[in-house]
Design a protein around this ligand. Sequence first.
Ligand SMILES: NC(=O)c1ccc[n+]([C@@H]2O[C@H](COP(=O)([O-])OP(=O)(O)OC[C@H]3O[C@@H](n4cnc5c(N)ncnc54)[C@H](OP(=O)(O)O)[C@@H]3O)[C@@H](O)[C@H]2O)c1
Length: 240
Amino acid sequence: MSQQAKTAVVTGASRGIGKAIAMRLAQAGMNVAACARSENLITEYAHSRIMPVKADVSDPTQVNELVNRVVERFGRIDVVVNNAGITRDNLLMRMSDEDWEQVLQVNLTGTFYVCRAVIRQMLKQRSGRIVNIASVVGVAGNPGQVNYSAAKAGIIGLTKSLAKEVASRQILVNAVAPGYIDTDMTRVMNEQQKQSIVNLIPLGRIGRVDDVAELVYFLASDANQYITGQVFHVDGGLVI
Ligand SMILES: NC(=O)c1ccc[n+]([C@@H]2O[C@H](COP(=O)([O-])OP(=O)(O)OC[C@H]3O[C@@H](n4cnc5c(N)ncnc54)[C@H](OP(=O)(O)O)[C@@H]3O)[C@@H](O)[C@H]2O)c1
């Protein structure tokens, strides 16, 4: 089948890494449903062939509606990129129940809802690519982020288990774990904090959204036929 006919869903696609992934997949000829909660999603993609769909991944009803809309419009789903994510940082002893629950709900449970909503369609098609965006802190940990790193470690476990569940139907499931990438999520740091992080990165710079999007594109494409259940760091060598 040609790349032209493929359909992708990218969550958290209104900005940052998700937007770069949506653009990269569209550039490769895929139909892309780009999902996020905010209205600016619509204007962001107003003049492109990407279909913006307003949906909150933490709500299973909205996730099911998103998937139904995509199947109705394009007839299939070949690629899913679970990228929607939030942080609510604090030291464990000061972390509220709400900050714990919200971060788990959007990052981890949202990924579960989307995978569950698309998997029947992919099983029927006997093919598919799922790429879940984790984080190096899900592997290495980070003070102030017990909620976020637990959610991202959970995504890694989900990825490996699901990869084993669906491999017999040629559905390949992988995780990408970015390090520090220049987006709104990391722009809250001041110059001094940024420099101290750069000092820890062997490649000597903060990552760009395209560094992540390029790998996601490879894993989502037909070029990937034999890689599943893996976690790939895109972090300039930060965690080796
Ligand atoms: N930047 C980094 O250094 C870094 C490092 C490691 C991992 N990551 C991961 O990479 C992913 C993208 O991060 P980013 O830096 O691009 O973040 P970002 O700039 O803050 O963008 C996050 C995206 O997720 C969407 N989103 C948030 N909550 C959502 C929800 N409940 N339902 C649907 N969409 C939702 C946001 O759109 P709306 O607000 O419009 O919903 C936005 O499009 C996240 O999973 C993040 O954890 C980032």
